[in-house]
Design a protein. Sequence first.
Length: 108
Amino acid sequence: MKPVFFIFLLLILSNGLHAEPLTKDQHQQAQRLFIALGCRACHDLNESGSNLAKPLDRIGLKLNEAEILHRLQQPPGKMGPKDKFMPSYQTTSIEQLKLLSRFLANRK
Ligand code: HEC
């Protein structure tokens, strides 16, 4: 592959995972949501939580904001057998889910 193509590809890929930064207030709000919604019962973040499911400290390297949001809105058991214990947050307000998704997309 020509180097210029490689750089182009890299730009596209990194842009796909770009996450808007949060204000200090939003950051604190998102941290509170992570606790209030019980994510720590299964996921570790900043060394606080459980290891029933994968830690989310670097989830932003794998999923972007839209993908995380999509994941949180899935009905339970829709993402394959390994995912069957991940609850659905379809009844949580979209504003809260978006904030939480952006917060997590910034974990890299
Ligand atoms: C009852 C346990 C449980 C709770 C509570 C839970 N999850 Fe999960 N979650 C899982 C499991 C199991 C998976 C799939 C396998 C894994 O990641 O280890 C998963 C997967 C995910 C993924 C995809 C991870 C990846 O690498 O593809 C994200 C993002 C996620 N959870 C975020 C959250 C957030 C945010 C909350 C709180 C709003 C939450 N989870 C609450 C169990 C849980």
